[in-house]
Design a protein around this ligand. Sequence first.
Ligand code: NAD
Ligand code: TDX
Length: 332
Amino acid sequence: MARLLVTGGAGFIGSNFVHHVIEHTNHDVIVLDKLTYAGNRASLADISEERLTFVQGDVADAGLVNELVTAVDAVVHYAAESHNDNSLHDPQPFLDTNLIGTYTLLEAVRKHGTRMHHISTDEVYGDLALDDPVRFSENTPYNPSSPYSSTKAGSDLLVRAWVRSFGVAATISNCSNNYGPYQHVEKFIPRQITNVLRGLRPRLYGEGRNVRDWIHADDHSSAVLAILENGRIGETYLIGADGEKDNKSVIETILTLMGQPADAYDHVSDRAGHDLRYAIDSTKLRNELNWRPVYQDFEQGLRATIEWYRNNEDWWSPAKDATEDFYAKVGQ
Ligand code: NAD
Ligand code: TDX
């Protein structure tokens, strides 16, 4: 049994990870989360206080982070500004949290010799042509496109430097696009589902030929746990579940599963610098750590996700108006 510090544990993937840890291990968890617009304490409401301690605070607050790191055996670092569209309109918080926050945590784990796992994204590799037969691997050069992905790339490089220069015991994972419960309504899949539930039309950027490699958040969590427990220090592992789909077909599937005509959506202006395709080769993770995804059927996972949003309007409704106001202002 160990005690884990999970930063960003009130966000989408962090809260899924905390649920996964509570369900599948004996570890106790301390969550450090600033509760920005993207954080929601309610995402952890059903977890007993015997196993979970919640601390509201900033991962860039060195005093607080130092104190929390002394109380745990390992740190899993999810806290980040995570939305590409926001990063195009206001990059500053992305630098503060993704770069300075990660630096602050690295200094604390360095001081105390604490094991750390850093959560990152496949977006650090830039994008692929639609017909490129080679997918992203651990050897793909970094080539980020957006303020979001460039700060994530920078945070990965900080972790690598702290491993090499100071002997910090860290691992890194770069995962593809997640879907599942507790995802903020600003993101593609929940935005479309909650639009349909509200009687609004889904919104497709550009022609929607862009491809994302979808993985269920619970499969991301099992992979992170495997790396935390058995990954080799200093190594990077790519996490993906062979789930490539273009955005147009995802919107059409959501509409069909929700009993609407498949073409009942609007095209809106494209995202600036919009990455065309992400695709992950997760051979290293599968071979070294014997990890396999459980959610192999995207349509089934999507159906369960739609049901979750249908049954949890109280969770997403408070954020919906502000999110759509933002999109209306920027013409999306
Ligand atoms: P999210 O935006 O849903 O959650 C981020 C959480 O971090 C929120 O709870 C927020 O309150 C918290 N936070 C933000 N700034 C903070 C700060 N300064 N101090 C403490 N807490 C802070 O994001 P997500 O989609 O759950 O992503 C989590 C992590 O996973 C990020 O590092 C992201 O880069 C990475 N990732 C996401 C995806 C995806 O598909 N969403 C894919 C690969 C990797
Ligand atoms: O309304 C929309 N319509 C639309 O067509 C929205 C919100 C998005 N899109 C498109 C843009 C992307 O091609 O859908 C795709 C997915 O968009 P997002 O949900 O914003 O995700 P993406 O930009 O791919 O980044 C996500 O995956 C990698 C996460 O937000 C990142 O945190 C993660 O690193």
